[in-house]
Design a protein around this ligand. Sequence first.
Ligand code: ATP
Ligand code: MG
Length: 454
Amino acid sequence: MANLWTKITSAVTRKTGSEKLPRILSRDEHPVSRKHISDSALKVMHRLRSGGFDAFLVGGGVRDLMLGKQPKDFDIATNATPEDVRQLFRNSRIIGRRFKIVHVRFGREIIEVTTYRGNHEDGNGKTAVAGESGMLLRDNVYGTLEEDAVRRDFTVNALYYCSEKFTVLDHVGGLSDLNKREVRIIGDAASRYQEDPVRMLRAVRFAAKLDFTLEARTAAPLKKLAPLLEQIPAARLFDEVLKLFMEGQALRVYALLKHYNLFRPLFPATQAVLDGDDPSAAALIEQGLVNTDTRISQNKPVTPAFLFAVMLWPVVRREMAQLQAEGIPEIPALHQAAQNCVSAQQQHTSIPKRFSMPMRDIWELQLRLPRRTGRRAQELLEHRYFRAGYDFLLLREQAGEIPEELGPWWTAFQEADEETREGMQKKIAGDRPARNNNGRRRRKPRHRNPPRSS
Ligand code: ATP
Ligand code: MG
């Protein structure tokens, strides 16, 4: 163990140059203050310490507070075992297999408490379990704070704050990387990605979120190791996709994912369309992500159903066109293409039913929104996912996939009074091209027009 430990720490020290580690910042040397930390997190740390254990705020909580940002959640590191923690908090439960962690719940807020993780061999025959490719399958060997620091992913994520002494502890050079605005992996990049390929996605996510650069050694193995993500369970990748694209920097994340070949393992079918010659596919995705980022910056809700509808639409649209060319009518072609696309995608990222159902509705609305005569327009307005379907239609027009016609019509229709609405519908009914679109449902023109093939 001593050998491994020396190896890891000396690697870290070497890479941080002349900097002397650990660094301990006192209260007046850093901006972290208890008033920015949730009461629940402070309570958890206080109770752990009263129980005779260590307790530190760690991870994104310290990182974001150091940068003057409000953290998304608070993680606590302790030397108490998950079982000890469970005993101290009635409102807690142990979760996770790969990493046992304890969730302590306060209403809607969850404080994540993790026991210091140690080296992979602790000399007592307790080892972490690695798969053939070096991927860690289980890692529940406990250790000291110093060991815990080097087991974390990036240096800026391995700062510890003590809410009793008000100090910030840095064992891996995270403070200097915060200053340099760099995401730097701890230890040897390739082996850390082999241990857990999701760290590659996390590298990109933090670079985008913090507007940091990826340190050269951290970025170097990404392109080559990207395919390792294919081994990650689809459910975990689904969670990661949401963190990547629904935290306000989706466009930046997307550019980095594409650059490092990391988009392909997440959405291989979409990547295949992007590799082809359909410029509207790239435009749709980029515009969709711009819109998502804008909504988040305006505190408007975003849903995974819409995100996945955007990401997979180019795939569905392509297959639907092929099926239609084989003579299958529009709606069944869409259903079949959607079915194929969703079941193929589930091999890579799961899509829970509560999102895949509305996603399919959003797609189906694209075929229904052009049909606006009679009672249909009113019925569509009352459709549960009308708003999402309409937003999706606007997005397709914005991205240049279809001409900008139907969107403005629906915008005006929603704002119009009863009488204006009737007029608008009469107008499309009397409009030759619009009538052709809906021709099959209109009896009179049907007798006059030759039957249409689709
Ligand atoms: P966010 O702002 O997304 O919450 P975070 O840094 O807090 O960012 P979490 O996923 O909440 O990220 O994880 C908390 C901490 O746990 C991280 O900062 C990091 O120290 C450690 N960690 C999380 N995932 C990994 C991983 N796959 N490998 C190593 N360390 C990890
Ligand atoms: Mg966190």
